[in-house]
Design a protein around this ligand. Sequence first.
Ligand SMILES: *[C@@H]1O[C@H](CO)[C@@H](O)[C@H](O)[C@H]1NC(C)=O
Ligand SMILES: *[C@@H]1O[C@H](CO)[C@@H](O)[C@H](O)[C@H]1NC(C)=O
Ligand SMILES: *[C@@H]1O[C@H](CO)[C@@H](O)[C@H](O)[C@H]1NC(C)=O
Ligand SMILES: *[C@@H]1O[C@H](CO)[C@@H](O)[C@H](O)[C@H]1NC(C)=O
Length: 244
Amino acid sequence: MVAILFFLLLSTNFLATNQQGQLNMSLGSSLTPIGNSFWLSPSGLYAFGFYQQGNGFSAGIFVAGIPQKTVVWTANRNNPPIQGNVTLLLTGGGRLVLQSADGQETSIVNTHEPVAKASMFDSGNFILYNSDQEIIWQSFRNPTNTIVLGQSLLAGEELFSSVSVTNQSTGIFRLKMQNDGNLVQYPKDTPDEAAYSYYSSFTDDRGENVSLNLDVDGYLYLVHSTGFIIKDLTPGGYSTEGTI
Ligand SMILES: *[C@@H]1O[C@H](CO)[C@@H](O)[C@H](O)[C@H]1NC(C)=O
Ligand SMILES: *[C@@H]1O[C@H](CO)[C@@H](O)[C@H](O)[C@H]1NC(C)=O
Ligand SMILES: *[C@@H]1O[C@H](CO)[C@@H](O)[C@H](O)[C@H]1NC(C)=O
Ligand SMILES: *[C@@H]1O[C@H](CO)[C@@H](O)[C@H](O)[C@H]1NC(C)=O
């Protein structure tokens, strides 16, 4: 047992530090909840595809390289669970959809122009490109309740908690990286006003391009786009061995 755990931790370390690779999916690529259910990043750490939710499935991104599979992004998080007989398809016309057995389509991601390629990166980012190889959508810029190592929360972006560990629907709290440089937690349906906040980094008026960043050693901090560190939220320096 000890030997097995050691092996898994080592594997995780290897996976976590290999952030370069990407798996590319071309038009016509598809997944189904049972069988070929996800696209795995080359290191095996992250996957995009179906995962079990309630009495059905959801589509999203999860940490696949550890035994306790952990969801980090969810498509259409407030829709009811998907029932078995569907296909997740990158259509010939360049749309990423769920197609039911009777041909009904639900968008997984809405883009303003056709998708030419989808890539699942070892960093955990899922990126859609147009035919000019330009990024037209990425999960890192459309977070749900999580940022992963190496990901940022840019000014104006926010995270919404999930209902629970096993239910990724929108919960009751939000964390906003405000355009005034302040990182603030509020209940979900409240205005961005101090009276409603229950946590603040007290960094308001530090400029409009402050972002929240999480480095691989667990260092969580606010930084201005000029590179100036505004505030350390955790000291960092945590072991990167076997930790993600
Ligand atoms: C995916 O596409 C990129 C950009 O075109 C390319 O550099 C990379 O080698 C491709 N990856 C694989 C595994 O084919
Ligand atoms: C998840 O929570 C939402 C909101 O409370 C609820 O409506 C939904 O039925 C739950 N989904 C599952 C699969 O339990
Ligand atoms: C799934 O869809 C296929 C193709 O439309 C259909 O033939 C089959 O009966 C469906 N299966 C179930 C369990 O609904
Ligand atoms: C913030 O970023 C935007 C977009 O990159 C840029 O146009 C703007 O000048 C920046 N503002 C400051 C104060 O750095």
